[in-house]
Design a protein. Sequence first.
Length: 487
Amino acid sequence: MPAELSAPASGRRTPTVIRVLVLATFVVILNETIMINAIPRLMDDLAVTERAAQWVSTAFMLTMAAVIPTTGWFLQRVSTRQAYAVAMGVFLAGTALSAVAPSFAVLLLGRIIQAGGTAVMMPLLMTTLMTVVPEQDRGRVMGNVTLAISVAPALGPVVSGLVLQIGSWRWLFVLVLPITGVVTWLGLRRLENIGEPQAGAIDSASVVLAALGFGGLVFGLSRFESSNLTSPALIVAAGSALIAAFVFRQLRMQRTGTPLLDLRVLRSGTYSKALVLMSIAFMAMLGSMILLPLYLQNLRGLSPLQTGLLVMPGGLAMGLLGPTVGRVFDRFGGRLLVIPGSIGIAASLAGFTQISMTMPYWQLIALHMLLMVSLAATFTPVFTLGLGALPQHLYSHGSSMLGTLQQVAAAFGTALVVTVMSARSTELVADGTDPVTAHLDGMRLAFVVSAALALIVIAMAVLLPSRAAAPEAAGEPETVAPELVKG
């Protein structure tokens, strides 16, 4: 075992490697939401339809879903510095291409390349954190990570709104480019390798099955609408079948010890419960993140910048609370945070079912802040409990599976609430209800669905332990493979 792994970082200071990775992750996640307000500009400047313009976000999500399943294998085969250099180099290339894109097709290609780099960063950050930070400090450090990854998406729409007030959409990439370059240079100067790369060839069939399966599933889910259910359902079914084939192949390959995504992570009951909780919480969260801007802009008449400013306090509260949540977790364990947090998620979503054309904005801000604070109290402990229940050699695979299911959950949550909202509003309009009232009623029903999903989050939270039990056979990956294959 390398020296870095046998003696994890101690003390109260966050290791330099984590600080660098958090900074890089902040930049790439900020970029993920920065295009939300740019859709109308793209439609005018590049002469594309709204549906086509939405692909700058859809393609990003599809690429993430297709690439993340491979990152567990990738992170075990390269050094920390190599993984960082690849991720940030790819992201830089995609950003530069997007900034100078002469057509929509080239912009789309740039976004896909960006997503390829982004897909590596979160698993790299989580895997490194779990490796170098001792168990008694993980909550605190994970809380600092939460600050970065929560504030970034909250700031994205606000930053893009400000930039678009004074300049072209291209500046969204031009401004990110030098920041990314500095962060990349700083990381390559300060990063040290953690652990030793392992040998092993990649299984091409698994890569193809993962890309087509998870990518197809997310694509199908993103195409659902009340007027078109058949073709998206067929795409989802095909994607699900390919995922089933992928799972079967991984189980078979575990006998040789070189699966692309090691499914032995699911042998941990704590990790599996955390996985379910995080996925369903993401469904509820992303559903609300789609509905709230639609309500504020389409029904209440706010501008994109005003909408971003209204939801920013919740995102900032979520991020700023992260370190405190981490310290509480280190001292008292997870249940003290996760159970109240899950109840707060359900309560806030239930509150959103009462939206109206006259609801005061302070009530909307309060409900959104309750949702974000509750998510902060839930996500940090659940991340730490879930990954902490795994043996060290499965950290990268556990992080990759979590990231993959988050993308699927985000697509599913979005498809679910949009389909429910559209179906309800269409039905009411057909019955003679005025469009505004019908749209509002459809949104209320969609929030009811999100609140119902949150009840499952509460159930999972009750089942989670306060502390993760010590993983078995942490240093012997080959000893657990036959058990899962037989099971």
